[in-house]
Ligand binder design. Structure first.
Ligand code: HEC
Length: 178
């Protein structure tokens, strides 16, 4: 499928230093990321939340409900990854129940992390390009949340949403969990 990657996603892939090549038909040439069963389950749950959130953002733009755009976008960013201006925003991240104590952790993301140790394990298990794309995605969702207030234009949000989804596409083309 990699040969069908849109050029925009290839651009994202290039930014993060991914060498995506067209594989033989039927071959899965994505790089495997090895996770524990528990972390894999958690990550896939997060992924399903991302899909849900992007759909909710799109729906909110069609209804010109910019408050909903903002809260759905923030729901995709765990508190420890939020920048200062959004750290105390009203919306808790969704899908974090598994490391849930995470909700109470300090905003610096320093001590604690709910005691699950997952952030450290993920950092050890994933390549730098993977982490870069995740970071990029967290920033992009925060930009959507900010602009929902400051720009308040549904078409602008939709444009931003396609850019977030370029990152989804680029990462999915490069990696799989094992
Ligand atoms: C940094 C990498 C990365 C990013 C960014 C990313 N994903 Fe994923 N996602 C993965 C990997 C790896 C898998 C597992 C694929 C596999 O093992 O075949 C996955 C799986 C999924 C799944 C399948 C979940 C399941 O239960 O099987 C969905 C849905 C998904 N992602 C949605 C998204 C959406 C929507 C976005 C963007 C808003 C996104 N992902 C961004 C890496 C990423």
């Amino acid at each position: 499928m990699t040969h069908r990657l849109p050029w925009r996603s290839l651009g994202i892939a290039a930014i993060f230093g991914l060498g995506i090549t067209a594989g033989a038909a039927g071959a899965d040439d994505r790089e495997a990321i090895e996770l524990t069963e528990e972390d894999r389950t958690h990550c896939l749950e997060r992924m399903r939340t991302y899909l849900e959130v992007t759909n909710e953002i799109l729906r909110a733009t069609l209804e010109s409900d910019m408050d909903a755009v903002r809260s759905h976008a923030l729901a995709a960013v765990p508190r420890r990854y939020r920048e200062d201006d959004l750290a105390d925003a009203e919306v808790p991240a969704r899908g974090t129940a598994a490391d849930g104590r995470g909700q109470g952790e300090g905003r610096g993301g320093g001590a604690g992390e709910g005691g699950s140790g997952r952030p450290d394990r993920m950092e050890a298990a994933t390549p730098e390009a993977y982490q870069g794309m995740m970071h990029h995605q967290h920033e992009a969702f925060q930009e959507i949340a900010r602009d929902a207030r400051e720009v308040a234009d549904p078409a602008h949000t939709q444009h931003q949403l396609t850019e977030v989804q370029d990152t989804c596409v680029a990462c999915h083309s490069a990696y799989r969990f094992e």
